[in-house]
Write a protein that binds this ligand. Sequence first.
Ligand SMILES: [Zn+2]
Length: 220
Amino acid sequence: MEKYNLILLGPPGAGKGTHAEALKREFNVEHISTGDMLRAAVRGGTELGKLAQEYMNAGALVPDEVVIGIVRDRLIATRPERVLFDGFPRTPAQAEALEQVCLQVGLPRAIVIYLEVSDDEVVSRLSGRLQCHNCAKIYNTRYDQIEAGSECPACEGEVYQREDDKAEAIRQRLRVYREQTAPLFDYYRYRGPLVEVRAEGSTIEALSAEVVAAVRGAAD
Ligand SMILES: [Zn+2]
């Protein structure tokens, strides 16, 4: 495992954040979520952040050069030894650019993990998702005793439904995701190692254990 980065892919709502936590505990990799990174850049009002926001507001994917610029800045700033990329890359062009950036900063090649989840399951999961305005913690009306406008149990901030978690936006994101990522999986199937895990129909703990085992299998 010491010689690999990890790349965790899957549609929005596949549970990437949760399974990323398990992978981080198990393999001691630095977790880089492009979603969080993009939102941080947007909040910070950087030039790249402002550009990214225009696309996110429209429910579109942020263009490659913007995302890669944000990722490159982050890797150069903190110089991690091994990284778990979460939700990135999304296109073969991003994958190639990421390889170049990793070479530049001395990071190893990656095992790619794909979390497969059906569209219906994604819509069901995400339309219940709420986030705290204050501490950014994520909740779900399916599992937590909480609704939009409630107080965050962690920090007493207000929880709300993000624009990109509304049903219409979710369907649009899924269409864009499937269309754009199909060539990415062809790319990784050819280059390997790529492991696919069906990330539904079981408990979160059992699914995380499956993801970890799949990575161990691929690293051997
Ligand atoms: Zn909070």
